[in-house]
Design a protein around this ligand. Structure first.
Ligand code: AVJ
Length: 320
Protein backbone atom coordinates (compact mmCIF):
# COMPACT_ATOMS: atom_id res chain seq x y z
CA UNK A 1 0.00 0.00 0.00
CA UNK A 2 1.33 3.42 -0.96
CA UNK A 3 1.89 5.63 2.09
CA UNK A 4 1.11 8.85 0.19
CA UNK A 5 -2.61 9.16 0.74
CA UNK A 6 -5.08 11.06 -1.38
CA UNK A 7 -6.72 14.00 0.31
CA UNK A 8 -10.39 14.86 0.21
CA UNK A 9 -10.87 17.22 -2.75
CA UNK A 10 -11.79 20.27 -0.67
CA UNK A 11 -9.30 19.64 2.12
CA UNK A 12 -5.92 20.32 0.55
CA UNK A 13 -4.59 22.87 3.08
CA UNK A 14 -1.76 21.59 5.28
CA UNK A 15 -3.25 20.29 8.54
CA UNK A 16 -0.71 22.24 10.65
CA UNK A 17 -1.65 25.57 9.06
CA UNK A 18 -5.28 24.77 9.80
CA UNK A 19 -4.43 23.93 13.40
CA UNK A 20 -2.50 27.18 14.02
CA UNK A 21 -5.24 29.41 12.56
CA UNK A 22 -8.03 27.54 14.31
CA UNK A 23 -6.17 27.60 17.64
CA UNK A 24 -5.52 31.35 17.45
CA UNK A 25 -9.14 32.04 16.48
CA UNK A 26 -10.57 29.74 19.17
CA UNK A 27 -8.35 31.08 21.95
CA UNK A 28 -9.27 34.67 21.02
CA UNK A 29 -12.94 33.91 21.77
CA UNK A 30 -14.73 34.26 25.10
CA UNK A 31 -15.13 31.59 26.34
CA UNK A 32 -12.00 30.09 24.76
CA UNK A 33 -12.32 26.93 22.68
CA UNK A 34 -10.29 24.42 20.63
CA UNK A 35 -12.05 22.31 17.96
CA UNK A 36 -12.12 18.64 18.94
CA UNK A 37 -10.97 17.38 15.54
CA UNK A 38 -7.46 18.53 16.51
CA UNK A 39 -7.25 15.76 19.13
CA UNK A 40 -6.34 13.34 16.38
CA UNK A 41 -2.72 13.69 15.41
CA UNK A 42 -0.72 10.47 15.56
CA UNK A 43 -0.25 10.70 19.35
CA UNK A 44 -3.89 11.62 19.91
CA UNK A 45 -5.17 8.77 17.73
CA UNK A 46 -3.09 6.36 19.83
CA UNK A 47 -4.34 7.88 23.09
CA UNK A 48 -7.89 7.52 21.81
CA UNK A 49 -7.22 3.82 21.11
CA UNK A 50 -6.14 3.49 24.77
CA UNK A 51 -9.39 5.19 25.88
CA UNK A 52 -11.31 2.54 23.93
CA UNK A 53 -9.71 -0.17 26.09
CA UNK A 54 -10.45 1.49 29.45
CA UNK A 55 -12.78 -0.36 31.83
CA UNK A 56 -14.88 2.81 32.29
CA UNK A 57 -15.23 3.45 28.53
CA UNK A 58 -18.12 1.04 27.80
CA UNK A 59 -18.82 2.55 24.35
CA UNK A 60 -16.27 0.69 22.23
CA UNK A 61 -16.81 -2.67 23.89
CA UNK A 62 -20.59 -2.42 23.61
CA UNK A 63 -20.60 -1.25 20.01
CA UNK A 64 -18.18 -4.02 19.02
CA UNK A 65 -20.40 -6.58 20.74
CA UNK A 66 -23.47 -5.27 18.88
CA UNK A 67 -21.66 -5.31 15.52
CA UNK A 68 -20.48 -8.86 16.12
CA UNK A 69 -23.88 -10.04 17.29
CA UNK A 70 -25.78 -8.56 14.34
CA UNK A 71 -23.16 -8.66 11.59
CA UNK A 72 -25.10 -11.06 9.35
CA UNK A 73 -28.30 -9.06 9.57
CA UNK A 74 -26.40 -5.82 8.94
CA UNK A 75 -24.62 -7.35 5.95
CA UNK A 76 -28.00 -8.44 4.57
CA UNK A 77 -29.38 -4.91 4.87
CA UNK A 78 -26.28 -3.38 3.23
CA UNK A 79 -26.37 -5.77 0.28
CA UNK A 80 -23.65 -7.02 -2.03
CA UNK A 81 -21.01 -5.31 -4.15
CA UNK A 82 -21.08 -2.17 -2.01
CA UNK A 83 -18.48 0.46 -1.32
CA UNK A 84 -18.18 1.04 2.44
CA UNK A 85 -17.39 4.68 3.21
CA UNK A 86 -16.23 5.17 6.80
CA UNK A 87 -16.25 8.65 8.34
CA UNK A 88 -13.44 9.22 10.88
CA UNK A 89 -12.12 5.71 10.49
CA UNK A 90 -9.52 5.64 13.30
CA UNK A 91 -7.98 2.23 14.02
CA UNK A 92 -10.07 0.40 11.35
CA UNK A 93 -10.87 -2.32 13.92
CA UNK A 94 -14.66 -2.20 13.78
CA UNK A 95 -14.95 -2.36 10.00
CA UNK A 96 -13.25 -5.76 10.03
CA UNK A 97 -16.39 -7.19 11.62
CA UNK A 98 -18.42 -5.87 8.67
CA UNK A 99 -15.87 -6.94 6.08
CA UNK A 100 -15.91 -10.48 7.47
CA UNK A 101 -19.72 -10.63 7.27
CA UNK A 102 -20.22 -8.94 3.88
CA UNK A 103 -20.15 -11.43 1.06
CA UNK A 104 -18.48 -9.37 -1.60
CA UNK A 105 -17.68 -5.74 -0.75
CA UNK A 106 -16.50 -3.84 -3.85
CA UNK A 107 -14.33 -1.35 -1.99
CA UNK A 108 -13.57 0.23 1.34
CA UNK A 109 -13.05 4.01 1.56
CA UNK A 110 -11.86 5.10 5.02
CA UNK A 111 -11.75 8.87 5.66
CA UNK A 112 -9.62 10.18 8.51
CA UNK A 113 -8.03 13.44 9.55
CA UNK A 114 -4.83 11.76 10.82
CA UNK A 115 -2.83 10.92 7.67
CA UNK A 116 0.16 9.19 9.31
CA UNK A 117 -2.04 7.04 11.46
CA UNK A 118 -4.37 6.19 8.55
CA UNK A 119 -1.40 5.16 6.38
CA UNK A 120 -0.20 2.78 9.06
CA UNK A 121 -3.52 1.10 9.86
CA UNK A 122 -4.42 0.81 6.17
CA UNK A 123 -1.20 -1.13 5.57
CA UNK A 124 -2.18 -3.73 8.13
CA UNK A 125 -5.76 -3.94 6.81
CA UNK A 126 -4.45 -4.42 3.27
CA UNK A 127 -2.29 -7.32 4.47
CA UNK A 128 -5.33 -9.03 6.01
CA UNK A 129 -7.75 -8.33 3.10
CA UNK A 130 -5.56 -8.64 -0.01
CA UNK A 131 -8.51 -8.86 -2.42
CA UNK A 132 -10.27 -5.73 -1.17
CA UNK A 133 -10.00 -2.41 -3.05
CA UNK A 134 -8.85 0.12 -0.46
CA UNK A 135 -9.15 3.84 -1.01
CA UNK A 136 -7.99 5.79 2.07
CA UNK A 137 -8.72 9.53 2.01
CA UNK A 138 -7.17 12.05 4.38
CA UNK A 139 -9.29 14.98 5.43
CA UNK A 140 -11.99 16.48 7.59
CA UNK A 141 -15.19 14.62 6.82
CA UNK A 142 -17.24 17.35 8.52
CA UNK A 143 -16.05 19.93 5.95
CA UNK A 144 -15.92 18.12 2.61
CA UNK A 145 -17.94 15.16 1.46
CA UNK A 146 -17.50 15.17 -2.29
CA UNK A 147 -15.94 11.73 -2.45
CA UNK A 148 -15.00 10.79 -6.01
CA UNK A 149 -17.15 7.97 -7.42
CA UNK A 150 -15.33 4.69 -8.17
CA UNK A 151 -15.44 3.05 -11.61
CA UNK A 152 -18.76 1.25 -12.08
CA UNK A 153 -20.28 3.53 -9.36
CA UNK A 154 -20.94 0.81 -6.77
CA UNK A 155 -23.73 1.44 -4.29
CA UNK A 156 -22.42 3.07 -1.12
CA UNK A 157 -23.00 2.20 2.52
CA UNK A 158 -21.84 4.76 5.06
CA UNK A 159 -20.25 3.62 8.31
CA UNK A 160 -20.03 6.15 11.16
CA UNK A 161 -19.38 4.25 14.40
CA UNK A 162 -18.18 5.37 17.83
CA UNK A 163 -20.89 7.98 18.43
CA UNK A 164 -18.69 10.57 16.75
CA UNK A 165 -21.98 12.21 15.74
CA UNK A 166 -22.18 13.19 19.45
CA UNK A 167 -19.28 15.61 18.98
CA UNK A 168 -21.56 17.85 16.91
CA UNK A 169 -24.22 20.11 18.40
CA UNK A 170 -27.69 18.87 17.40
CA UNK A 171 -28.12 21.50 14.64
CA UNK A 172 -24.71 20.68 13.13
CA UNK A 173 -25.35 16.96 13.57
CA UNK A 174 -28.53 17.34 11.54
CA UNK A 175 -26.76 19.15 8.70
CA UNK A 176 -23.87 16.66 8.80
CA UNK A 177 -26.35 13.78 8.44
CA UNK A 178 -27.94 15.59 5.48
CA UNK A 179 -24.55 16.03 3.81
CA UNK A 180 -23.63 12.42 4.47
CA UNK A 181 -26.91 11.33 2.92
CA UNK A 182 -26.09 13.40 -0.16
CA UNK A 183 -22.53 12.02 -0.28
CA UNK A 184 -23.77 8.43 -0.09
CA UNK A 185 -25.66 8.81 -3.39
CA UNK A 186 -28.76 7.03 -2.17
CA UNK A 187 -26.94 4.48 -0.01
CA UNK A 188 -27.71 3.83 3.66
CA UNK A 189 -25.80 4.76 6.80
CA UNK A 190 -24.80 2.50 9.70
CA UNK A 191 -24.23 4.78 12.66
CA UNK A 192 -23.32 4.22 16.33
CA UNK A 193 -24.97 6.48 18.89
CA UNK A 194 -24.25 6.67 22.63
CA UNK A 195 -27.38 6.76 24.79
CA UNK A 196 -28.45 8.90 27.77
CA UNK A 197 -28.03 6.98 31.02
CA UNK A 198 -27.03 7.28 34.67
CA UNK A 199 -24.88 10.45 34.83
CA UNK A 200 -22.42 8.66 37.12
CA UNK A 201 -21.72 6.10 34.42
CA UNK A 202 -21.23 8.82 31.81
CA UNK A 203 -19.03 10.84 34.14
CA UNK A 204 -16.79 7.84 34.83
CA UNK A 205 -16.33 7.17 31.09
CA UNK A 206 -14.76 10.63 30.62
CA UNK A 207 -12.93 10.75 33.96
CA UNK A 208 -11.08 7.42 34.01
CA UNK A 209 -9.01 6.41 37.00
CA UNK A 210 -5.86 5.86 34.91
CA UNK A 211 -6.01 9.44 33.60
CA UNK A 212 -5.84 8.53 29.90
CA UNK A 213 -8.72 10.88 28.99
CA UNK A 214 -6.88 13.71 30.76
CA UNK A 215 -3.77 12.96 28.66
CA UNK A 216 -5.93 12.84 25.52
CA UNK A 217 -7.41 16.25 26.38
CA UNK A 218 -4.01 17.77 27.18
CA UNK A 219 -2.60 16.38 23.94
CA UNK A 220 -4.16 19.45 22.27
CA UNK A 221 -1.67 21.61 24.17
CA UNK A 222 1.18 19.11 23.76
CA UNK A 223 0.47 19.06 20.01
CA UNK A 224 0.59 22.86 19.86
CA UNK A 225 3.99 22.72 21.60
CA UNK A 226 5.29 20.00 19.24
CA UNK A 227 3.91 21.28 15.95
CA UNK A 228 3.72 25.02 16.41
CA UNK A 229 6.46 25.68 18.95
CA UNK A 230 4.01 26.94 21.58
CA UNK A 231 5.01 26.95 25.27
CA UNK A 232 1.94 25.57 27.07
CA UNK A 233 2.72 24.31 30.59
CA UNK A 234 0.79 21.03 30.67
CA UNK A 235 0.73 21.03 34.48
CA UNK A 236 -0.82 24.49 34.40
CA UNK A 237 -4.13 23.11 33.06
CA UNK A 238 -6.64 20.63 34.52
CA UNK A 239 -8.80 18.13 32.65
CA UNK A 240 -12.45 18.82 33.55
CA UNK A 241 -15.29 16.78 32.01
CA UNK A 242 -18.69 17.19 33.71
CA UNK A 243 -22.00 15.79 32.43
CA UNK A 244 -24.50 18.55 31.63
CA UNK A 245 -27.76 16.70 32.33
CA UNK A 246 -29.98 19.49 31.00
CA UNK A 247 -28.19 19.48 27.63
CA UNK A 248 -27.62 15.70 27.72
CA UNK A 249 -23.94 15.98 26.93
CA UNK A 250 -20.48 15.53 28.39
CA UNK A 251 -18.59 18.81 28.17
CA UNK A 252 -14.82 18.69 28.16
CA UNK A 253 -12.58 21.56 29.20
CA UNK A 254 -8.98 22.40 29.97
CA UNK A 255 -9.06 24.78 32.93
CA UNK A 256 -6.16 27.12 33.59
CA UNK A 257 -4.89 26.52 37.13
CA UNK A 258 -3.21 29.91 37.36
CA UNK A 259 -2.95 33.28 35.71
CA UNK A 260 -0.52 32.63 32.86
CA UNK A 261 0.71 33.83 29.50
CA UNK A 262 1.43 31.36 26.68
CA UNK A 263 3.13 32.14 23.36
CA UNK A 264 1.90 30.78 20.07
CA UNK A 265 3.49 31.79 16.76
CA UNK A 266 4.55 35.15 18.22
CA UNK A 267 1.12 35.85 19.72
CA UNK A 268 0.80 36.21 23.51
CA UNK A 269 -2.22 34.35 24.91
CA UNK A 270 -3.44 35.22 28.41
CA UNK A 271 -5.32 32.85 30.69
CA UNK A 272 -6.96 33.93 33.93
CA UNK A 273 -6.87 31.65 36.96
CA UNK A 274 -9.78 29.21 36.58
CA UNK A 275 -10.44 30.16 32.96
CA UNK A 276 -11.86 27.26 30.90
CA UNK A 277 -10.98 26.25 27.35
CA UNK A 278 -13.84 24.23 25.85
CA UNK A 279 -12.42 21.25 23.93
CA UNK A 280 -15.27 18.84 23.26
CA UNK A 281 -18.98 18.09 23.61
CA UNK A 282 -20.23 14.52 23.51
CA UNK A 283 -23.99 14.55 23.08
CA UNK A 284 -26.09 11.59 24.18
CA UNK A 285 -29.42 10.62 22.61
CA UNK A 286 -32.38 8.38 23.29
CA UNK A 287 -33.13 5.85 20.56
CA UNK A 288 -36.26 7.85 19.72
CA UNK A 289 -34.62 11.29 19.71
CA UNK A 290 -31.91 10.02 17.38
CA UNK A 291 -34.38 8.39 14.98
CA UNK A 292 -36.33 11.62 14.86
CA UNK A 293 -33.21 13.58 13.91
CA UNK A 294 -32.29 10.99 11.26
CA UNK A 295 -35.78 11.28 9.77
CA UNK A 296 -35.45 15.07 9.64
CA UNK A 297 -32.16 14.56 7.76
CA UNK A 298 -34.00 12.60 5.06
CA UNK A 299 -33.26 9.09 6.27
CA UNK A 300 -35.68 6.28 6.92
CA UNK A 301 -34.59 4.67 10.23
CA UNK A 302 -34.94 1.03 9.24
CA UNK A 303 -33.33 -0.94 12.10
CA UNK A 304 -31.81 -0.34 15.52
CA UNK A 305 -29.83 -2.60 17.82
CA UNK A 306 -29.03 -2.02 21.47
CA UNK A 307 -27.55 -3.99 24.37
CA UNK A 308 -29.38 -5.36 27.44
CA UNK A 309 -28.32 -2.36 29.56
CA UNK A 310 -29.27 0.11 26.80
CA UNK A 311 -25.84 1.70 26.97
CA UNK A 312 -25.30 2.15 23.23
CA UNK A 313 -27.20 1.88 19.96
CA UNK A 314 -26.44 1.13 16.31
CA UNK A 315 -28.87 2.38 13.65
CA UNK A 316 -29.31 1.39 10.01
CA UNK A 317 -30.69 4.40 8.16
CA UNK A 318 -31.87 4.14 4.56
CA UNK A 319 -31.98 7.09 2.21
CA UNK A 320 -35.47 8.30 1.49
C1 AVJ B 1 -14.75 10.41 19.41
C2 AVJ B 1 -17.00 10.58 20.01
C3 AVJ B 1 -15.91 8.56 20.20
O1 AVJ B 1 -17.09 11.55 22.64
O2 AVJ B 1 -16.84 9.59 23.48
C4 AVJ B 1 -13.57 9.95 24.32
C5 AVJ B 1 -14.18 11.04 22.05
N1 AVJ B 1 -13.47 12.09 24.20
N2 AVJ B 1 -13.22 10.42 25.51
C6 AVJ B 1 -16.51 10.46 22.70
C7 AVJ B 1 -13.76 11.01 23.49
C8 AVJ B 1 -13.13 11.71 25.44
C9 AVJ B 1 -15.33 10.18 21.78
N3 AVJ B 1 -15.73 9.99 20.36
Amino acid sequence: MDTVLARLPRDIASPSAGFADSLLAGLAKTPKEIACKYFYDDTGSRLFDRICELPEYYQTRTETLLLTRHAREIAGLMGEEIEIVEFGAGSLRKVRILLDALRCPRAYTPLDISGDYLAEVVRSLAADYPALTLRPLVGDFSAALDIPVLPGSPRRAGFFPGSTIGNFRPDSALSLLRRMRAGLNGGGLLIGVDLVKDPARLHAAYNDAAGVTALFNKNLLARANRELGADFDLDGFAHYAPYNAAAQRIEMYLVSLKRQRVHLKGHPLDFAQGEPVHTEDSHKYTIESFREMAARAGFNPRAVWTDEERLFSIHWLESR
